[in-house]
Write a protein that binds this ligand. Structure first.
Ligand SMILES: NC(=O)c1ccc[n+]([C@@H]2O[C@H](COP(=O)([O-])OP(=O)(O)OC[C@H]3O[C@@H](n4cnc5c(N)ncnc54)[C@H](OP(=O)(O)O)[C@@H]3O)[C@@H](O)[C@H]2O)c1
Length: 253
């Protein structure tokens, strides 16, 4: 497990957007960032789930969150521009972006993979983070130091039979991360890295491994040290790197 002890006020006065914030790892990340002082913009496709996270943040007395319902599958370029304009008006800048939402798609050999499912997975996992990050870049550049995190996967580093579009989208996510990190290097204070959560107990994990015992994988809470490290000031020197939440840097899983 990646080890990091975050100060309680690590994200005080920071504005952070999390996609897929209504459930799974995104929900836990949103709550964790709020607990460490961030104002979190909760983006996701199911408003009731976002509201539940919003309420939990409020009940705990953490900085008031904001809800932005958005379906990343059907969103147009204009929708992303509207989001950026809203955030510009409300906050004027953005300190962090966690691209977390994703679709698993089908677990099938490429020889049998459905083209429409392929398109949907690529849209949510790759094209949406590209459009979102591109539109939010001016807001991210408009602060002293900002962090963009792209969520990867073990199958974004090594291909595995039957992981189809999901695996390919995560390889491409690594490419997008490296490209943007190199582009921002030296011209802005935006750092761009990828984060592989590793096996984590969520709906996605249960769908991919229905026979697996629930306690065989990590809890979303267990992997939060890396989410905090990459979002906060202790990772200022990290740019263009691939991190693994369930490994220490330099060690294999
Ligand atoms: N869990 C693991 O073991 C594991 C391992 C490696 C990588 N990852 C990566 O970690 C990230 C989070 O995974 P997870 O396990 O938490 O998955 P999850 O439980 O399936 O949650 C996915 C999240 O994405 C949202 N989402 C899906 N389609 C969307 C769309 N079209 N528009 C907006 N939001 C959408 C979902 O919203 P709804 O709840 O409203 O559907 C949900 O909040 C993903 O990038 C995944 O690839 C997970």
């Amino acid at each position: 497990m990646f080890k990091y002890d975050a100060p309680a006020d690590l994200l005080q006065n920071k504005v952070v957007l999390v996609t897929g914030a209504g459930s799974g790892i995104g929900r836990t990340a949103a709550l964790t960032y709020a607990r460490h002082g961030a104002t979190v913009i909760l983006l996701g496709r199911t408003t009731s789930k976002l509201e539940a996270v919003y309420d939990e943040i409020e009940e705990n007395g953490w900085p008031q969150a904001a809800i932005y319902p958005m379906n990343l599958e059907g969103a147009s370029e204009q929708d992303y521009a509207n989001l950026a304009a809203t955030l510009e008006q409300e906050f004027g800048h953005l300190d962090g972006l966690l691209n977390n939402a994703a679709l698993l798609g089908e677990l099938k050999p490429v020889a049998q993979y459905d083209a429409e499912t392929w398109r949907r997975v690529m849209q949510v996992n790759l094209t949406a983070p590209f459009l979102l990050t591109r539109e939010l870049l001016p807001l991210l550049r408009n602060t002293e130091q900002a962090s963009v995190i792209f969520t990867s996967s073990t199958v974004g580093h090594e291909g595995r039979a039957n992981w189809g579009a999901y695996s390919v989208s995560k390889f491409a996510t690594e490419g997008l991360m490296q490209t943007m990190a190199d582009e921002e290097d030296g011209i802005s204070h935006v750092r761009v890295n990828s984060l592989n959560p590793g096996a984590t107990r969520t709906t996605m994990r249960a769908t991919a491994f229905p026979a697996e015992a629930p306690d065989a994988s990590a809890n979303p809470e267990d992997i939060m040290p890396l989410y905090l490290y990459l979002m906060g000031k202790d990772s200022l020197d990290a740019n263009g790197r691939a991190f693994h939440a369930q490994r220490q840097p330099g060690k294999s899983q």
